[in-house]
Design a binder for this molecule. Structure first.
Ligand code: UDP
Length: 327
């Protein structure tokens, strides 16, 4: 079976990608420094412990596994943290990606699938976002991802590295079999925090801002199921293997939900009360981020199966109640 290096393969999305790759007949090689990932999450192929700031460890992975492609998930991804410490985001995300791309070219591995983000768009009032929308990030997380997109274009011009770039909207849910799931320390994401509050593991969910120019005053996001998202990645890999060239795809459901709507849906799915506190805005948050793209559907044949809000919350809730990973 052909090997694919999956950076961040011990993390939330990376581990789900490893499962999807295995199911599609590849051997996923998780490349991870385990700074935020979990050894327990590496279940579908080998783990190569390494660090993207250590070029030798990347070269060793390419030499050992001779991969046909790289899927690059490893990154810092917290909007709030990126506003407080932008240097960390530029170093780890951008320098890490440059090291990885250099190593891939040196090894002759010219297929690169990259996880980018709708945070590269910034806060564009009322605009439905697609691949042609201008990228105007308002936080260092988004800036660092936009920089990597540009880096990949430069690497294609110089070295023939072909990339499929996915700009994710808000990834949610968990593997329906609960083999892998979402576990962050500290947790910062809306749905897992809400499930913690519902389960009594924390006092309440704080809603970050109720005075946005949205119908109910809370931020609107487009949530997409992680299993659907990683299916698109496998299709992206097939796209590169078929020599179709570099391409950007947005991955979202196309439906926007406010924080209050997600709170209400969580109460309905779990049949429990959701303890909520209304708090201040979080710096760096856009009011609304919703995908209007059909490109992944039309060109990759991607049809999300589980990206309705109730299914995403139900899958996350099932994982939340199962055994979590241990360090
Ligand atoms: N959010 C919130 N309370 C929290 C965490 C998140 O109100 O404790 C909001 C956040 O402001 C954003 C949405 O939920 O509008 C999704 O945030 P998350 O951190 O899950 O993902 P992001 O949009 O940063 O990728």
């Amino acid at each position: 079976m052909a090997n694919v290096i999956v950076t961040g393969g011990a993390g939330y999305i990376g581990a789900h990608a490893c499962k999807a790759l295995k199911a599609a007949g590849y051997t996923p090689v998780a490349f991870d420094n385990l700074s935020t990932g979990w050894r327990d999450a590496v279940r579908f192929g080998p783990l190569h412990e390494g660090d993207l700031l250590d070029r030798a460890s990347i070269d060793a992975a390419f030499a050992t596994y001779q991969p046909i492609a790289v899927m690059h998930f490893a990154a810092l991804s917290l909007v709030g943290e990126s506003m407080k410490d932008p240097g960390k985001y530029w170093r780890e995300n951008v320098t890490g990606a440059a090291n990885l791309a250099d190593a891939a070219v040196a090894a002759g591995c010219l297929n690169f699938v990259f996880s980018s983000t709708c945070a590269t768009y910034g806060d564009q009032d009322g605009v439905v976002l697609d691949e042609e929308t201008e990228q105007l990030p308002i936080n260092a997380y988004g800036s660092s991802k936009r920089a990597i997109e540009q880096l990949l274009a430069d690497f294609e011009a110089a070295h023939g590295l072909r990339s499929v770039i996915f700009r994710y909207f808000n990834v949610a849910g968990c593997d329906p079999d609960a083999e892998v799931g979402e576990q962050h320390v500290p947790e910062t994401h809306l749905i897992p925090l809400m499930l913690d509050a519902i389960a009594g593991k924390r006092d309440a969910l704080t809603i970050f801002g109720t005075d946005y120019a949205t119908p109910d005053g809370t931020c609107i996001r487009d949530y997409v199921h992680v299993s659907d998202l990683v299916d698109a990645h496998v299709k992206g890999l097939e796209w590169l293997k078929a020599d179709k060239g570099s391409r950007v795809f947005c991955l979202g459901s196309g439906d926007g939900f406010s924080v209050r709507e997600v709170v209400d849906a969580s109460g309905t799915v779990t049949n429990r009360a959701v303890p909520v506190i209304e708090g201040q805005r979080r710096p760096g948050d856009a009011a609304a981020l919703v995908s209007g793209s059909r490109r992944a559907a039309e060109e990759l044949g991607w049809t999300p199966q589980r990206s309705d809000i109730a299914t995403m919350i139900a899958d996350a809730w099932r994982w939340h109640q199962s055994e979590p990973y241990e360090r």
